[in-house]
Ligand binder design. Structure first.
Ligand code: URA
Length: 209
């Protein structure tokens, strides 16, 4: 039984369909990813605790709600994660940001880390790891390992599309980390791409192919 939250808001589903289409241009793809990422940010921050604070409006004093507690950290898996990161930062501009550079060995699909820079005090933050495509799950598992080594405890993994294989991998290695996605697709192909998917997210965001 896979543990995953599918965010099935109609706006997200509609925009995802436009992103999947092979005819969609790089410019349009980027705009859609930014918009979907804002909507994902809205959903994954739904459980942030609130407290009240005393304020004055132009007309009266009141106790008004503001977000309480831990600060947020957004961690992008390079390079495609930056597409989601940008949209989420629009809604959460004061979040700290980290980057983890990983690539997949094409033959073995194993993960190699080539860059890491993380915010301080991850143990005191809600940490959102972002990457558009959860395929084999090997990058997600490696990034979650590194974040936990750095002290992160309250983690969420946020992607656009997930394959059952990747969800199962993350569920098994990091059962404490909730996964949020806009869709769960059918399966991986022999090269580790999600089917039907949307192709190579990095290439489509940056126009490199
Ligand atoms: N990474 C991508 O960009 N696309 C996939 O389908 C799988 C991994």
């Amino acid at each position: 039984m896979l543990k995953v939250t599918v965010i099935d808001h109609p706006l997200i589903q509609h925009k995802l369909t436009l992103m999947r289409r092979v005819e969609t241009s790089t410019g349009k793809f980027r705009v859609l990813l930014r918009e979907i990422s804002m909507l994902l940010a809205y959903e994954v921050t739904r459980d942030l605790p609130l407290k009240t604070t005393a304020i004055r409006t132009p007309l009266a004093s009141m106790n008004a709600p503001i977000i309480d507690g831990k600060k947020l950290a957004l961690i992008s898996i390079l390079r495609a994660g930056n597409g989601i990161l940008e949209g989420m930062l629009e809604l959460i501009p004061s979040a700290r940001v980290g980057h983890i550079g990983l690539y997949r060995e094409p033959d073995t699909l194993q993960v190699v880390e080539y860059y890491i820079k993380l915010p301080e005090n991850l143990q005191d933050r809600d940490v959102f790891l972002v990457d558009p495509m959860l395929a084999t799950g090997n990058s997600a598992v490696a990034a979650l390992n590194r974040l936990k080594e750095a002290g992160a405890r309250a983690l969420k993994y946020i992607c656009l599309l997930a394959a059952p294989e990747g969800i199962g991998n993350v569920n098994e290695k990091h059962p404490d980390v909730p996964i949020y996605t806009a869709a769960v697709d059918d399966r991986l192909n022999e090269k580790g791409y999600i089917l039907p998917g949307l192709g190579d997210a990095g290439d489509r965001i940056f126009g490199t192919k």
